[in-house]
Ligand binder design. Structure first.
Ligand SMILES: Nc1ncnc2c1ncn2[C@@H]1O[C@H](COP(=O)(O)OP(=O)(O)OP(=O)(O)O)[C@@H](O)[C@H]1O
Ligand SMILES: [Mg+2]
Length: 276
């Protein structure tokens, strides 16, 4: 069992896109292993991008409105009681497999209030850990998508996780941001969760044509070479799949760059977890 958080306080670097596709890719991997457990995707961001994509995209008539549920994840977590099975539903991804990634019913307004609600509780950073404790062993992988912040929500995710993945869009300032995130992780490791490991850094939305992107990747290789995972190119097909509410593995052909980038990433993650 691995609990993997996707973290970067910078917005738009591909956290949600990678969360959705990693969850789908791991579910496809598990579907080849009879009798295995499922993948749970947790959306900690009130933008609900991962939830919307995993439920079919907001503009599709197949879209399933789990984001307006009465009994929902945000209130369950905010009120500090354990997860109940009735909160967990099948998503639509991977589209072309029977066994789906699981997801919590959620509510946008309550998600927006979640950071403040959690802060009112004692042991604020531990609420997600307590919430997941009774259910985590029912899953092989739990993927947590996070908002672009360094606040109480990502803090809860880091305390509850076994691993972190850091998507980085390689540009001039991203190395400074990366040093900040690594410091935040070190801090959590030292104070609350010694079991937390950085699984890797994912250069994301990579444009080979950009000299600056190539330079930054060079710097990352020198400084963090052992942590670098296969990079994800900036490809129209990846954003088209996300907008359509599909995982890349169902939307794109196996020979496409998008499919190959993301399946290389899934393989590398499995390799690092020692479960290839
Ligand atoms: N590899 C990619 N190629 C092309 N477009 C991408 C890629 N990755 C993400 N995008 C697009 O970039 C936008 C931001 O991506 P995404 O929502 O995954 O980032 P994020 O880090 O989760 O953002 P936020 O911080 O706002 O939550 C989306 O429109 C998405 O479709
Ligand atoms: Mg996001």
């Amino acid at each position: 069992m691995a609990i993997i958080s996707l973290i970067n306080r910078k917005g738009g670097v591909g956290k949600s896109t990678i969360s959705v596709n990693l969850a789908a890719g791991l579910a496809i991997h598990l579907s080849r292993k009879p009798g295995s457990k499922s993948v749970l995707l947790i959306d900690m961001d009130d933008q609900l991008s991962a939830t919307i994509t995993a439920m079919g995209g907001g503009f599709d008539d197949k879209f399933q409105p789990v984001i307006t549920a009465e009994k929902d994840y945000a209130s369950a977590l905010g009120q500090g009681y354990g997860a109940s099975d009735s909160l967990i539903v099948d998503s639509l991804i991977p589209r072309d497999r029977q066994e789906k990634v699981k997801l919590f019913r959620t509510n946008k307004a309550r998600m927006e209030a979640l950071e403040a609600t959690l802060k009112q509780r004692e042991d604020a950073p531990f609420q997600l850990t307590y919430f997941l404790e009774p259910i985590k062993h029912e899953y092989s992988y739990i993927i947590i998508d996070n908002p672009p912040s360094a606040g109480m929500l990502p803090m809860n995710s880091l305390v509850a996780s076994t691993h972190v993945l850091i998507p980085i869009e390689p540009d001039g300032l991203s190395l400074i941001g990366l040093a900040d995130i690594l410091r935040m992780i070190e801090n959590v490791k030292r104070t609350t969760n010694p079991d937390l490991n950085v699984l890797g850094i994912i250069p994301s939305r990579f444009r080979m044509m950009r000299r600056q992107a190539r330079d930054v990747i060079g710097d990352m290789e020198r400084m963090y070479g052992h942590l670098l995972l296969p990079y994800i190119k900036d490809l129209a097909e990846i954003s088209a799949a996300t907008t359509a509410g599909y995982d890349v593995f169902s939307y794109c052909s196996e020979k496409s760059q998008a499919y190959r980038c993301l399946s290389n990433l899934v393989d590398a993650v499995l390799g690092k977890l020692g479960q290839a």
